[in-house]
Design a protein around this ligand. Structure first.
Ligand code: S3P
Length: 465
């Protein structure tokens, strides 16, 4: 759509000998250019971070919590299965809108039950790291593992401070899963200065701190997403926070509550960025968490010249929620994204890099080395993928540079390696939707980690009103 040469387009069906189902187990996903602008309204599925927390916190609480709007994705299912194995009673059902809703009866004062084998956290770093915190404050021994990607991801950032609280991890000194957590029924409160701005680290320590006598305080180099601080009070646990510091006073009791999960801004970033790139587009993405710690990508789009706006119209799960509206921009320009704002858009860097590829000038994302330890090394993934479409991107220290080209023309027949990373898979799919030539994306199935309805949502906006 972006280039005018629609008649020159080669569609996937012309170069794939097998024109059957576009996606099958091990075949790359074929994405053809959109034939009309993206227009209309779309609602986002539940927020992944908030869904994990709703499920995990409900499992810890005394009584039965009622959840709605929970994201039905592979990652959240990993949390659901984990808490079932640990003794929570889960009766979530699929609703007509695709979300999960229902009850979770938590283990409360009885504590988690020892499962009959390792807990598999799949691809989900949030499940693994939050469980470490949850299990650290009980006299229990549980082995945690995950898929090949998760088994490569760093765990010392969580195990080191949890050891200070009295937990132990085996094999001792190992930095990656599989790891066995041996918790303690008498955890110590700690004052911890985290070297990384990570909501997973912060949350793991807060969850362990709930059962520690005294105040557990965590300081971060920049404020990370604050869903835990917003949700814990609903479960009866007071959390004090100032930007960059949070405190919980234990021991405290978690009590069941009702949580409605708002839509996911990280998923919304995909239709939003697609609309910014496809001429004639104007979309409204509704029912999204507009938590400022998550919508840094909207601010970056604005700074690149995009007509983007947010409007809060409700509250869900303790979060402001509402709509994000985005229109096509025919004059994208580069901008500088400071290190302090990276935490508020950490998962949106790949798709923002694609927008930057079409902008006038060089966009710089400062302080993004954390992207090296996400589901894959996203820095390498972004640089390789952009280079496949002729865009120069490079690292200088911790800063990622993207040299934009408003006249960019995507070559025919590009195949992207998503390396099983959902956010890279969706970013490269947008190249096919927006760039004027069909592309293929390997390991596309990973989108089910966070946004199973991604393709259907983009297609539902194609040619809308
Ligand atoms: C998440 C926090 C972020 C984010 C991840 C989800 C969470 O990770 O990238 O997708 O739910 O707490 P870090 O805490 O490692 O930055």
């Amino acid at each position: 759509m972006r280039s005018e040469g629609a008649s020159d387009e080669r569609r996937c069906s012309e170069y794939l000998s097998d024109t059957g189902a576009a996606m099958s187990a091990h075949k790359p996903m074929c994405i053809d250019p959109l034939e009309a602008p993206l227009r209309g309204i779309v609602r986002m599925p539940g927020d992944k971070s908030i869904s994990h927390r709703a499920v995990l916190f409900a499992a810890m609480a005394q009584g039965t919590s009622r959840l709605s709007g929970v994201l039905d994705s592979d990652d959240v299912r990993a949390s659901v299965h984990a808490v079932e194995r640990l003794g929570a009673r889960v009766s979530l059902e699929k609703m007509a809108d695709g979300s999960l809703a229902g009850d979770i009866a938590g283990w409360g004062a009885a504590g988690p039950r020892v499962p009959d084998g390792p807990i598999d956290c799949g691809n989900s770093g949030t499940t693994a790291r939050l469980l470490m915190g949850m299990l650290s404050s009980w006299d229990i021994e549980v082995e945690l593992t995950g898929d090949a990607s998760l088994r490569r991801r760093p765990m010392r950032r969580v195990t080191a401070p949890l050891e200070k609280m009295g937990a132990r991890f085996f094999p001792e000194g190992d930095a990656t899963l599989p790891l066995t957590v041996r918790g303690t029924s008498a955890p110590h409160a700690v004052d911890y200065d985290s070297p990384v701005a990570s909501a997973q680290v912060k949350t793991a320590l807060l969850l362990a701190g709930i059962r520690a006598a005294g105040t557990t305080r965590i300081t971060e180099p920049a404020p990370s997403r604050n869903h835990t601080e917003l949700m814990l009070p609903r479960f009866g646990v007071a959390v004090a926070s100032e930007p960059g510091t949070v405190r919980v006073k234990g021991p405290a009791t978690m009590r069941a509550c009702a949580i409605r999960v708002p839509g996911d801004p990280s998923s919304a970033a995909f239709p939003a960025c697609a609309a910014a790139l496809v001429p004639g587009s104007a979309v409204r993405i509704e029912g999204v968490s507009l938590n400022p710690s998550r919508i840094g990508f909207v601010r970056v789009l604005e700074r690149m010249g995009v007509d983007a706006a947010t409007r809060i119209d409700s509250h869900a799960g303790g979060e402001p929620a509402g709509a994000i509206s985005v229109r096509y921009c025919d004059d994208l320009h580069a901008c500088d994204v400071p290190a302090e704002s990276i935490a508020s858009l950490i998962d949106e860097v790949p798709v923002l890099c694609l927008v930057a590829a079409y902008a006038r000038g060089t966009t710089v994302f400062h302080g993004v080395s954390e992207l090296r330890v996400k589901e894959t090394d996203r820095i390498a993934g972004i640089i390789d993928g952009l280079s496949a479409i002729g865009v120069h991107a490079w690292m200088e220290g911790d800063d990622l540079h993207i040299e934009g080209n408003p006249g960019l023309s995507v070559p025919d027949g590009v195949e992207f390696a998503s390396k099983g990373d959902h956010r890279l898979a969706m970013t490269w799919a947008l190249v096919g939707f927006t760039g004027g030539a069909s592309v293929r994306v390997a390991d596309f199935e990973s989108v089910s980690v966070s946004y199973p309805g991604f393709l259907a949502d983009i297609r539902s906006l194609e040619g809308g009103r």
